[in-house]
Design a protein around this ligand. Structure first.
Ligand SMILES: O=C(O)CCC(=O)C(=O)O
Ligand SMILES: [Fe+2]
Length: 297
């Protein structure tokens, strides 16, 4: 929070300024990403970013993947390909395993348009480039100048179980120092942005919840994952809806969200009902030289 305009955002109505636009209006926001970084706005909810036909193909592609390519990162939360958190744990801090990971990513995403029928990265590029102040958008080259970062990860939340615990992007940087070391060299990871495309919402639940608390207020998450500790030592109970305002979003299939996920503490509520919650996305950061935008996961 910290500055005047943010002081009064106690009710959910004026909490966070997420611009809701149709994909056809993106040309009107050429500075969109810089506006998020400057926090003139907190993000975009872009309706109809991806066609329903592409959404269906993206899901089919995931469904056809071998079970060995899907990783249950937490109870009921399945990802493809392996996310960086898993690499951090499995690599044993070996640079070779990171290089391998990035080489594999390059092969995977070269084949992706052919295998899925959707040039997902191309579609993301053309959307994000409209709000990037004309800077090109692409996945960064991997560690040791080999391969690439995965530009996106599928996330599949099993109903009744799957959720994303409260987090913010900046929180990951200390938690996974090994994988972020290279990313820190090539890009400005502080306040990294998040993006994702909704493929299929759960029947209910599964909302993206943005809390009225940011990295600048609290950097500590206590075990149990529902209590944050502010700089003054005061604890904030994320479950206390009366004391802590929040704003929830349930995008429709094909909608895309880009937001200040590095700074804003947020979570994805447990998916509920018959249907899993399915998304694909990752992060957006500025290259160190500010000449391109990195899309990675
Ligand atoms: O819903 C998703 O796929 C990810 C939500 C999230 O935590 C993020 O975009 O940072
Ligand atoms: Fe996130």
């Amino acid at each position: 929070m910290g500055f005047f305009t943010r002081k009064n955002k106690k009710n959910a109505e004026n909490l966070y300024k997420m611009l809701e636009i149709d994909a056809s209006e993106l040309d009107n926001y050429p500075n969109g990403l810089d506006d998020i970084m400057a926090r003139n706005i907190d993000g975009f909810l872009i309706r109809n970013a991806v066609s329903i036909d592409s959404v269906d193909k993206l899901m089919k592609h995931y469904d056809n993947l071998d079970a060995s390519e899907k990783f249950e990162v937490n109870n009921g939360m399945i990802q493809h390909p392996a996310p960086f958190s898993l690499i951090e744990q499995s690599s044993g801090n070996s640079k070779d395993s990171l290089i391998n990971f990035h080489k594999e990513a390059q092969v995977r995403w070269e084949k992706f348009p052919q295998l899925s029928g959707v040039d997902f990265v191309g579609e993301m590029k053309s959307i994000v480039e409209k709000i990037s102040r004309k800077r090109p958008v692409h996945p960064p080259t991997g560690a040791g100048d080999q391969g690439i970062y995965n530009p996106a990860t599928y996330k599949y939340l099993v109903p009744g179980q799957g959720e994303f615990k409260a987090h913010c992007g900046n929180y990951f940087h200390n938690e996974f120092p090994f994988v972020f070391q290279h990313m820190k060299e090539i890009s400005v990871i502080k306040d990294q942005m998040s993006y994702f495309v909704m493929l299929s919402p759960s029947s209910f639940g599964g909302e993206l919840t943005l809390y009225d608390i940011e990295w600048s207020d609290a950097e500590i998450r206590k075990s149990g994952d529902t209590i944050l500790v502010k700089h003054d030592g005061k604890e904030v109970d994320l479950l206390d809806e009366k004391k802590l305002a929040r704003k929830k979003f349930t995008p429709n299939p094909g909608d895309m969200i880009v937001f200040a996920g590095g700074q804003i503490w947020h979570k994805v509520e447990v998916a509920q009902g018959e249907k899993p919650r399915r998304t694909i996305g990752g992060f957006l950061t500025f290259a160190k030289d500010d000449k391109s935008i990195y899309i990675w996961s």
